[in-house]
Design a protein around this ligand. Structure first.
Ligand SMILES: NC(=O)c1ccc[n+]([C@@H]2O[C@H](COP(=O)([O-])OP(=O)(O)OC[C@H]3O[C@@H](n4cnc5c(N)ncnc54)[C@H](OP(=O)(O)O)[C@@H]3O)[C@@H](O)[C@H]2O)c1
Length: 179
């Protein structure tokens, strides 16, 4: 089975994934009264597991909602010693280098992975381990916050798969790594 690591994330026009206070309110700045679906639901049906950084995991735990994921979640952290009791059936802590982590997850039969969290995505990109980028751009300049991208040891070329526009405002670009 072919292995694939996919990023599906929303950013501001200036490339942030959370605002200066770590907030996500800007994600709802474009009214969506009919609750149109922008691809997340169909993507999660097709993946085997999530891999996310500790900060993203804690953000989700602190949302006042039921656990939103129906697939296994692997949490990357060097500092967390265990997953809080409440989430221990939902998420699993995983440690090691990105290559070791990926090898372990793949060996356990999870081959199509949703990679989430800025630092986590950056760690995967540094090893050239991202195959698809689906970036949904919200037309706001946040002026600071948590960045999606960071410096890389080398350039990585992608090819354009498709672009969708939602609500006349939100642009979603889908790219595939050129290999
Ligand atoms: N806009 C969106 O669609 C979207 C999506 C997801 C998240 N977010 C937001 O983005 C923010 C989180 O992004 P973030 O950049 O702060 O980070 P993140 O990737 O969620 O979490 C960073 C943490 O993950 C662990 N980690 C990352 N790479 C690692 C590696 N190679 N090895 C071991 N541990 C590693 C470390 O945890 P330790 O410090 O414990 O070692 C690190 O501090 C949150 O505010 C979240 O709400 C937004």
């Amino acid at each position: 089975m072919s292995m694939k690591n996919i990023v599906f994330i929303a950013t501001s026009l200036d490339g942030y994934i959370a605002d200066k206070n770590g907030g996500l309110d800007w994600l709802d700045s474009i009214p969506n009264p009919d609750k149109i679906e922008m691809g997340f639901d169909s993507l999660i049906k097709s993946i085997d597991a999530f891999v996310m950084g500790r900060t993203t995991f804690e953000t989700i735990c602190n949302f006042d909602i039921d656990w939103p994921y129906s697939k296994p979640v692997f949490v990357l952290s060097r500092t967390l010693e265990k997953i809080p009791e409440k989430y221990k059936d939902k998420a699993e802590l995983i440690k090691g280098s990105i290559t070791e982590i990926l090898k372990e997850i793949n060996q356990r039969g999870y081959s199509k992975l949703y990679i989430d969290g800025g630092k986590t995505i950056q760690s995967f990109l540094k090893e050239d381990l991202i195959d698809e980028l689906i970036i949904t751009t919200i037309p706001v300049l946040l002026g600071g916050g948590t960045t999606l991208f960071s410096e890389l040891p080398e350039e990585l070329e992608f090819s354009h798969v498709e672009t969708k526009v939602f609500l006349d405002e939100i642009v979603q670009n889908h790219y595939k790594r050129k290999r």
